[in-house]
Design a protein around this ligand. Structure first.
Ligand code: GDP
Length: 199
């Protein structure tokens, strides 16, 4: 597992705090509570890499995880979203920071969007996919908490989301079922992210 040695590197609150833009990185986005931390932990086989419960307001940063022995290869945990408590001006700051990051970051090779299989393709998810598409970046959707649905229902959702993604974003977005609980789909996710990072 090329992600097993992942380790926290830094948290960036603004453009100046980003690491030098010379490597490869894959960003992870998702609405708060979708299961993004659990997915990162499962990907890296670590229990507490990304804190699974976070305080609203403390999540407003880009968190970089290094992947030794590779230098300049990172997983990037984008701020969760969906807490009504975040003040309006903070949201504007975040929107600008994220748009700048997506628009100009050379190292960014792909985007993973984490969605709760029971609530897929909300506005935030579409916005993140839109940022990636505008840059011509590939995106991969993981429908998490698949263990919460029966196999039939999960499969139906997968098909419906796949069709909707094809309609909205052509074929640059792939999608899979995932569970941080049962570890369903972890290998599939790992293969996609490792491919983008060339590791
Ligand atoms: P984040 O806010 O997107 O980082 O979400 P977390 O990873 O912190 O998960 C939010 C909640 O959903 C926690 O209570 C997790 O235990 C739970 N959760 C996350 N992934 C799964 C999953 O695959 N299956 C189940 N049943 N629960 C999950």
């Amino acid at each position: 597992n090329p992600f097993a040695r992942a380790q926290y590197l830094l948290a960036a609150h603004n453009h100046r705090q980003l690491p030098p833009d010379g490597g490869f990185e894959v960003a992870f986005a998702g609405r708060s509570n979708a299961g993004k931390s659990s997915a990162l932990n499962a990907l890296c086989q670590q229990n507490a890499l990304a804190r699974v419960s976070k305080t609203p307001g403390r999540t407003q940063q880009l968190v970089f995880f290094g992947l030794p022995p590779h230098e300049n290869k990172y997983l990037v945990d984008l701020p969760g979203y969906g807490y009504a408590k975040v003040p309006q001006d903070l949201q504007a700051h975040w929107q600008a920071f994220l748009e700048g990051y997506f628009g100009s970051r050379d190292a960014l090779r792909g985007l993973v969007v984490v969605m709760d299989v029971r609530h897929p393709l909300k506005e935030y998810d579409r916005q993140m996919l839109g940022y990636a598409m505008r840059r011509g970046l590939p995106a991969h959707v993981i429908l998490t908490k698949a263990d919460k649905l029966g196999r039939g229902a999960a499969g139906n959702t997968l098909q419906a989301v796949r069709m909707e993604l094809a309609r909205s974003f052509a074929d640059s977005v792939s999608v899979q079922l995932f569970s941080g609980e049962s570890k369903q789909g972890v290998d599939e996710l790992r293969a996609v992210v490792a491919g983008w990072l060339a590791i």
